[in-house]
Design a protein around this ligand. Structure first.
Ligand code: QV4
Ligand code: CA
Length: 525
């Protein structure tokens, strides 16, 4: 039976201190999150020390650390990790010991770990029976038995679901979306004390080891008041690394592109929420679809139909929509289209809206059904797991002498243009958007309170203009075409000279590989 009362009790946790909305504390300190999708814990530990900390990336979103099913049909898809078997911490990314070591080493160098937690469901009802799981725990999916948690049949929602298939069939019905199975995944009953306690205990184990927050999977499919009850049980962050009384940083996956009764707003009082309109719209603007153009971005943000900035986590693409999973994938830009992708990421990192998350991917053999490039739809190989050995274990991430990654790992976060825009964002943190300029079409420029300035040309003619940057006079190194030398006197890219009046000359040809110029306080010679 449906519990109608729930509908009226939409959780607005504002001011209750359930979670924290800000994930970085100091100026110039790590404003961005990078999702190291499917990386092994030992590789992430090294990445924190060797690259993320020195390059000002504040946090890593890790793939789900809990025990999951091992799927062999198809061979070890990435999505097996979204089918939990228990809350034990051996996963495709490594052992519990390796996880603990990674959290410790990343915290030591000031890089936070946010864990992707799958708590809406366990494995698919069709997953069978046995010990084909990443820690070897026994489970029986058809009987809904997960003795290692433990969960059994009574802890699942099927009695509340009224669809014939037991699955979500209609996203217009909020009861189906919350109480039925998402693509056949056994749906947990979070109003039960036992389930709340088990989930909270899993998250608290992670917090106690030094994890600083969570990306909560599939929140649309859980009732806000159940999430509120679970968040309310969470421990503060470990005082070995964080100030006394720090709450976990929580961002909830809710795909709200409009048109459904469940909205992101129902969750934004509990923690941040992933803003999926951001990447969908930005992709369309850069692809120039439906008459969309860069100049439209003048009203980007809340006034342009996005959720409030202080509630949003934003990204150009994520692990789902880069390969056609989830929703709204057509316009999404990914590493497969690097020129447009770098424009999108540069805009995102320069613009003050939201907490920014970078995607770091691996390549897979694409099998596009209609040969369509652009968007990520209809890829028959959308299941392919990370670069792995014949036994299905994940390969390490080799780093080339030039700092790029090998072995099939894309490492967008190491692309020089993206790396230096991360620094730009850290430099301009807290500054308002200033001195907006556009040509009415696809050339734009804007500043950040005199600490940074960016110009982007996505038009078919040269951008050639004297623009007010609002920056102090001097010579600045463009961080897209080069880098300031360590000593601070030289620049390997183009130089931009800002006059006493704050104006500078910008020239960007339409044919340039990276039609962007960006300067900031830290690139001044
Ligand atoms: C299949 C059929 C179903 C059938 C079922 C029967 O498609 O119709 O009912 O068998 O058993 C995998 C397969 C999927 C299969 C399912 C169950 O791809 O075909 O169903 O397993 O066997 C990831 C993948 C899914 C994958 C899932 C579990 O994207 O393809 O399903 O992991 O392994 C909505 C949600 C949003 C969600 C998004 C993808 O609102 O929350 O869809 N996004 C998150 C994650 C995502 C993850 C999940 C949620 C589930 O970001 O990566 O799904 O945890 O928009
Ligand atoms: Ca549910």
């Amino acid at each position: 039976m449906k519990v109608k009362a729930r509908w009226g009790v939409l959780a607005l946790g504002l001011g209750l201190g359930l979670t924290q909305y800000h994930h970085h504390s100091s100026r110039c300190g790590g404003t961005s999150i990078v999702h190291l999708f499917e990386w092994r814990w030992t590789d992430i530990a090294e990445e924190c020390e060797n690259y993320l900390a020195p390059n000002g990336i504040g946090a890593v979103q890790i793939s789900p650390p809990s025990e999951s099913v091992v799927v062999t049909e198809p061979w070890r898809p990435w999505w097996e990790r979204y089918q939990p078997i228990s809350y034990k911490l051996c996963s495709r990314s490594g052992t519990e010991q390796e996880l603990r070591d990674m959290v410790c080493r990343c915290n030591k160098v000031g890089v936070k770990i946010y864990a992707d937690v799958v708590i809406n469901h366990m494995c698919a009802s069709s997953a069978g029976e046995g010990r084909r799981s990443t820690c070897g725990s026994y489970f029986n999916a058809s009987e809904k038995e997960f003795p290692s948690v433990p969960y059994s049949a009574s802890h699942f929602n099927d009695d509340k679901c009224t669809t014939a298939s037991g699955n979500i069939e209609n996203y217009q019905d909020i009861y189906q979306v919350r109480d039925c199975r998402l693509v056949g995944l056994l749906d947990l009953a979070h109003h039960q004390e036992h389930v709340r306690e088990r989930v909270a205990s899993y998250l608290n184990t992670l917090l106690d080891m030094g994890v600083a927050g969570f990306r909560v999977d599939a929140c649309k499919h859980m009732w806000p008041e159940d999430l509120k009850a679970i968040y309310g049980r969470l421990h503060n962050l470990n005082t070995k690394w964080f100030p006394e009384g720090s709450r976990p940083f929580i961002y909830q996956e809710v795909i709200d592109l409009g048109g459904e009764p469940i909205t992101a707003r129902e969750y934004s009082g509990l923690g941040r929420v992933t803003e999926f309109k951001y990447g969908a719209k930005l992709g369309s603007v850069i692809r120039q679809w439906n008459g969309d153009k860069l100049a439209d971005l003048k009203s980007w943000g809340e006034s342009g139909g996005l959720m409030p900035s202080e509630r949003a986590v934003v990204f150009v693409d994520n692990h789902d929509n880069q390969r056609g999973h989830g929703a709204g994938g057509d316009s999404i830009l990914t590493f497969w289209e690097p020129r447009m992708y770098k424009m999108a990421v540069a805009f995102m990192l320069a613009h003050p809206y939201g907490v920014t998350r970078l995607m770091s991917s691996y390549r897979w053999e694409r099998a596009l059904v209609d040969g369509k490039v652009g968007g990520s739809c209809q890829d028959q190989n959308d299941w392919m797991g990370p670069p792995s050995f014949a036994d299905g274990s994940t390969r390490p991430v080799p780093i080339n002498p030039d700092g790029s990654c090998g072995g099939g790992w894309v490492c967008e976060h190491r692309w020089p243009q993206i790396r230096d825009m991360v620094m730009f964002r850290n430099e301009v943190d807290g500054e308002p958007l200033t001195n907006w300029w556009d040509n009415g079409k696809d050339q734009i420029a804007f500043g950040r309170g005199g600490r940074g300035f960016i110009a982007i040309n996505n038009d078919n003619c040269t951008l050639d203009a004297w623009l007010q940057t609002g920056m102090p006079a001097g010579s600045y190194c463009d961080v897209i075409s080069g880098r300031r030398s360590a000593a601070g006197a030289g620049c390997t890219g183009r130089l931009i000279t800002v006059g006493q009046d704050g104006r500078a000359h910008f020239s960007i040809k339409a044919t340039e590989q990276d039609p962007i110029i960006a300067i900031h306080a830290g690139s001044k010679l």
